[in-house]
Design a protein around this ligand. Structure first.
Ligand code: IMP
Ligand code: MG
Length: 372
């Protein structure tokens, strides 16, 4: 079982169908054993939500019985409204009958109140209530509930007859609303020589993330001559910076391509507060967010040593010139300072000690990642 999406919301697997079967069987057995031996109860299902529960309950019930349904509506969206309407009644004569209500879920109890009101003047011999699910934290009424299949916390559930805005009733098991957005997205930051690329590759493997490096995205779009690539190239050829909108649009396309990833590592973007804001806006529109900015922190003298060492073999001119290295650090520090403030204000900045073995550093990042 995996997370499902209904309209705009995500629901995680909560109660599987075998557990439901057990609960339903046990309810049917309890109801039967509490009734006088030859009593023929009238089961009244409360539509729509109860249709699967009622069908299974009635089949599990070992004895003669009659079955009817009423339809009430009390719900729109994921929060209970106080207003409950009586829509469709029963035509049977209920005088001296044992009436057993079958409810899928009792939340605030408003629906239950209505049921008691409706059946009060029907001269029944006995009225009992069976509910598959019950939310004790929100139940506000002093009304008896005779049988409860399972008490659950106050979180919206769907499946097995229960819906969210009409969807989800057909799932054979129960799913629970998740508050967390589905993906864990991070911005990975680190000064030149901090080992960011290495760590990004390892994290990508470990958590099945998608690594979006702005540099790669640019090269891909330019090479494949996409509309955005051509646009970006115009600016680059003219020696201008590519405007944020163009970069953001390219990233959007990348994010869209990877809708079902566990998360995204953004690398090389954002670099300015306005880019960070634009990224937030875009992710919010997709019900996503940046969960953390993870910045590798390494003292500059150590970095300089590493880069100079690399310069001996890399052939990169900017890896051998101390002044150029200093400039890169300065540029990095100015940029991070802004972004650090931006994400710190959202409690999302995590500085990671970037000195140590590759494994140690991966471990440190993982510890942060797993708490997100
Ligand atoms: P109550 O009147 O607040 O007790 O709500 C009862 C009705 O609200 C149920 O019959 C359902 O139709 C709906 N409901 C309450 N909680 C949930 C839920 O978690 N998922 C789906 N429907 C719910
Ligand atoms: Mg209902």
């Amino acid at each position: 079982m995996k997370t499902i999406k209904l309209n705009d919301l995500y629901f995680d697997p909560f109660i599987d169908k075998d557990e439901i079967t057990e609960i339903v069987k046990y309810l049917a057995w309890q109801v039967k054993s509490d009734l006088p031996k030859y009593e023929i109860p009238l089961f009244v299902g409360i539509l729509n939500g109860c249709f699967l529960f009622a069908a299974d309950f009635i089949r599990a019930y070992q004895g003669d019985c009659e079955v009817s349904f009423v339809k009430l509506a009390s719900y729109s969206g994921t929060s209970s409204t106080e207003e409950v309407k009586y829509l469709l009644g029963i035509n049977e004569d209920l005088t001296d009958r044992t009436v057993i209500i079958l409810e899928d879920i009792i939340d605030t109890g408003s629906t239950l109140q209505e049921i008691y009101n409706i059946f009060r003047d029907k001269n029944v011999k006995e009225l009992k209530v069976v509910t598959l699910f019950f939310k004790p934290e929100v139940f506000k009424k002093e009304l008896p509930i005779n049988y409860i299949g399972k008490s659950i916390e106050d979180k919206f559930i769907v499946g097995y007859g229960l819906d969210y805005n009409g969807l989800g009733r057909n799932y054979p098991s129960i799913y629970q609303l998740t508050t967390k957005p589905k993906m864990k997205n991070i911005v990975l930051f680190g000064p030149p020589g901090a080992g960011k690329g290495t760590q990004a590759d390892l994290l990508k493997e470990k958590y099945h993330l998608v690594h979006i490096s702005t540099g790669d995205v640019f090269r891909f779009n330019i090479k494949n001559e996409t509309e955005l690539g051509k646009l970006a190239k115009k600016y680059i050829d003219a020696g201008d910076l590519v405007p944020d909108e163009v970069t953001i649009d390219m990233l959007k396309a990348e994010v869209e391509k990877n809708n079902d990833a566990n998360g995204i590592i953004f690398d090389g973007f954002p670099r300015t507060a306005s880019q960070a804001t634009a990224l937030d806006e875009f992710l919010t529109s997709k019900d996503l967010q940046i969960d953390a900015m993870i910045a590798l922190e390494v003292p500059e003298d150590l970095l300089e040593e590493r880069i100079l060492e690399r310069g001996k073999t890399s052939g990169r001119s900017d890896d051998t010139d101390e002044e150029k290295i200093r400039n890169r650090f300065n540029e990095y520090n100015t940029k991070t300072a802004v972004l650090k403030d931006f994400y710190e204000a959202q409690n999302k900045y995590f500085g990671i000690n970037g000195v140590g073995s590759i494994e140690d550093i991966t471990k440190r990042i993982s510890e942060v990642f797993e708490t997100l």
